[in-house]
Each structure stands twice: as C-alpha cells, then as structure tokens.
Design a protein around this ligand. Sequence first.
Ligand SMILES: [Zn+2]
Length: 133
Amino acid sequence: MHINDAVFLEDLCPKFRFRQWRKSIHRFTGKSCIYCGKPSESIDHVLPRSQGGLSTTENCVPACLSCNGDKSDENALYWYRRQKFYDPRRAMAIRAWLEGDLRLAIRLLQWANPNFKIANKNYEKDESEYNAA
Ligand SMILES: [Zn+2]
C-alpha cells in the first residue's frame, strides 16, 4: 500500500485511527498498567470523563482492568496514593504523563520497573509516532 493511501484510510475511518491510538498508548508502557505494572487491558481516563476529562493522550493511561475498575470515577492521583502497590516513582510518572511529558513518564516507569526493557527497544519509534500525531 502506498503511504498516501494509509493516511487517506485513517482520515476516512476514525475507528481505525482510534485503534492505532489505543495501541500506541499501551506501547508507551510496554503494555503494563501505569499504576501497578500488571498487563494493561484497558485505557483509563486519569481525570474521569464524568469530571470533564478528555480522551487525549495526556489524560489516558494504560491500566489493568482491576485498577481501572477499582479507581472508577475517582481522581487517579488521590486514588493511587491509597493503594498497597503505591510507588512514588510511578506517581511521578503519572504526573509527568498528565503534563504531556511522555519521555519523562517512561523514564520514571522504567526506573520503577526493571522488566521494562522490551518497551524500551521500541521507544524511539513510538516517540516519533507520538510527535507526528
Ligand atoms: Zn493495575
């Protein structure tokens, strides 16, 4: 497929673009939950949609179903502070993510989770995708 056709397809089909976007969010953390580090199965709105949170990369983090369900409509940072698996490095990563500093967020997550290497490999590629979006 020619590269221009791909762009055209995305414009034509927002669903396709949405799926790509979701995938790229999971890739940032190596498909692990930003809160607890377990496999991420969902996208969590840090500021809940019910409180005006938007579906933007800055407000959407990869989360496992357990964290996503438990957090529900609460503010993520308040909720996270009370969890048994609370890690200040992850809290800082979430904050950096919210501010749109994904590079810093990923570095903090790597620090919190030494098993992060796989995601690190694809990091440069992921970042260029992010910048292009
Ligand atoms: Zn989790």
